[in-house]
Design a protein around this ligand. Structure first.
Ligand code: MN
Length: 290
């Protein structure tokens, strides 16, 4: 009989900080907590907050990235995005944007105009997903996953739905293509729903309760804004929804390569960071209007 994946710890969100003037994020890692989540390098969690109506667009201005991917998951509110490769779009509630910065991109992220004018609840996750050394300098690309296009597994008896962003759940293949094996699901569970998720023992695994309250492996309770981190022991996770809940599940095979990070650059060696800074300063990341 498969064994439950052992819970390492249940974490409250660390103190928040502002990213630009549009994102109030709790950095669960790498700053907030030193938990091993390779290939996930960073997790900024914008817990639900209310923004007042405004005509000024809040957000983050033009900045570069190299060596990894940013994944933005919108739960409430809407974010408009532009990058130096000419891509743009709006990430609405339920959508996911998977941006492969790889060899280098400039982008900016602002609250969408209509949302800004109305104001209201705002809740987002941004992840940095590392790339293996061999893929760090590949061509940037962009996967805009509207909610309607994200693969779904419908739970029996109207118990909810599992949105398979990446990986595979019960034969449903995820919508995003990834460079290394990653499982990323949004679990939208109705009260009383019970599910089992299987993931290899050597993957780094965590979940965040975005909304609601769940029981994990029959014993531990996790509620809104808490992160549950698992050990490399056991294969299955049992989740029971104590109320209507939304849970982000993350699991990935570790890349296990050296890391050199400086600001928005995530490479393997210090000299590659130097190169990134030089390339950025000499316009090699392209151009994007503020
Ligand atoms: Mn960015």
């Amino acid at each position: 009989m498969p064994t439950f994946k052992k819970i390492a710890t249940i974490l409250n969100p660390p103190a928040p900080h502002m990213v630009g003037d549009g994102f109030r994020v709790h950095n669960f890692f790498p700053s907030g907590y030193k938990i091993k989540m390779d290939p996930f390098y960073l997790l900024d969690y914008n817990a639900k907050i209310e923004f007042s109506p405004t005509n000024k667009l809040r957000g983050v201005g033009v900045h570069p990235h190299r060596g990894f991917e940013t994944v933005t998951i919108a739960y409430q509110g809407a974010v408009a995005h532009h990058d130096s490769a000419g891509n743009s779009g709006v990430i609405y509630s339920g959508d996911v944007q998977w941006m492969t910065a790889a060899s280098g991109i400039l982008h900016k992220e602002y609250h969408e105009e209509e949302y800004s004018k109305k104001g209201g609840p705002f809740q987002m996750v941004q992840l940095w997903v590392n790339l293996p050394a061999k893929d760090k300098m590949t061509t940037p690309k962009y996967q805009a996953l509207a909610n309607k296009d994200i693969a779904k597994f419908n739970l029996p008896e109207g118990n909810g739905v599992i949105e398979v962003i990446a990986g595979e759940y019960n034969g449903v293949r995820g919508s995003a293509s990834t460079f290394t094996p990653i499982e990323m699901y949004n679990l939208r569970l109705n009260t009383g729903a019970k599910i089992i998720i299987s993931s290899p023992a050597h993957y780094n695994t965590a979940l965040i309760v975005v909304e609601g309250s769940i029981k994990v492996n029959g014993t531990a309770q996790a509620t809104t804004n808490q992160l549950v981190h698992f050990e490399h022991e056991g294969l299955e996770i049992k989740i029971e929804a104590e109320k209507n809940s939304i849970v982000l599940f993350l699991s990935g095979e570790p890349i296990n390569e050296p890391i050199a990070q400086y600001g928005p650059f995530l490479m393997n060696k210090p000299e590659e960071l130097q190169q990134a800074i030089e390339d950025y300063n000499t316009g090699k990341f392209g151009y994007l209007e503020e």
